[in-house]
Design a protein around this ligand. Sequence first.
Ligand code: ADP
Length: 475
Amino acid sequence: RRALGSLGKSRAKFISAEETTGVTFDDFAGQEYIKRELQEIVRILKNEEEFQDKGIYCPKGVLLHGPPGTGKTLLAKAIAGEAGLPFFAANGTDFVEMFVGVAAARVKDLFVNARSYAPSIIFIDEIDAIGSKRGGPDIGGGGAEREQGLLQILTEMDGFKESTAQVLVIGATNRLDILDPALLRKGRFDKIIRVGLPSKDGRLAILRVHARNKYFRSEAEKEALLQEVAELTVDFTGAELQNILNEAGILTARKDQDYIGREELLEALKRQKGTFETGQEDSTEIPEELKLRLAYREAAVAVLACFYPEPHCPFVETDIRTIRSKPNMRYAETSGRAFLRKSDYINSIVRACAPRVIEEEIFGIDNLCWISATATTDASRRAERLILQTGMTAFGKAYYRNQGDLVPNLAAKLEALRNEYMRFAVEKCSAVLREYRSAVETITDILLEKRVINAEEIREIYKKSPRIPQPPVNP
Ligand code: ADP
């Protein structure tokens, strides 16, 4: 192994390399579910062989997306730090140059370097600078050049299959919507994780992390002050919160004081955001994590509603202002008599699965919560009705009011057939949500920001967002 230090002086000046980042998951606060997901990856990275024996492979690419300053770089470094692997970082904008061939050559350089130290981590910040949709508007020029670079990334990531050397590529962006869908395909950046603005509890946790090396008059006073700052900093990023504490420290030193006090903290806060208002956060507000879950649920329902449009009762709008166990999506008054075919019944089962499927996809099977619980009941009831009451399935043409009307062997037949419909519905629903993941994320973003989104906006996003092709699902 060569010394990593020499890398910095090599021609690959755009790469920053660290033998070890020294960053751990303790340095990142708030959004615990992100850490849980990434810890899983670290576990696999550390015990690669053991997991491979069980048929579990580490993803090749992880894409972190969210506003600047929310800790994406920090998380990438924490993965490297926790797994004890060297860290190679570059910025997407470094690949875009005036000279032909430079982008592709630089990408190659980055991967060659990382591979020679494998297992290792590559981090590409602002990956959208090089990985935006091909054939789109060429903002800032250098289109062909960028395309070469993007193709090179794809080639390098696909090449891992043959080599045994494990390199995990982590990308970061705040423009998921403009990324080329080729990047998001299976075997590339197929693990997509949103890093959002912290909740009030998250902000408090972040403030505690950055107050570790600061002096306060007492633990109790520190805690009270941090609570107060957390309340006043709705929509602040982790980076901004860190700045507030640093700034407060500087103000304190300037006054020749030993301890950070309330005055310094509030002054620092004012400087950070220009002005701020007190009491802007409603205390009865929905907790941040629940809001995120609601937003994903509604976004998934919206995407499925676009995928299987229902002309006789079009959807109108949805929001995350209220919590119910059923989706908030509102539909127009049914006009006239619905003319339902068998496929409409089946599509409605697929649609009903959306809340459950997205929650599992984003938060993991062990971390489901009640806001998707009625989806499973709803979907299986729909399947049951199709089988028992329409006479349109292999079950037969008789009509049964409900399951209670069935003799035992028919009950077993119903069970088997319903399971088949449910399996198809869940698989189809996951495939649609994977194909339209980018639209789901964009709608989620808008819901988190504006609380509400209407049908027109939803349809526009659905139409414009990049799609990730999925294999067909067999009925
Ligand atoms: P991004 O890559 O998303 O733009 P960074 O990782 O560069 O954000 O964040 C800048 C700094 O802000 C971090 O180094 C860290 O000190 C602080 N920070 C941001 N988010 C968090 C967080 N969730 N917990 C702790 N510190 C944070």
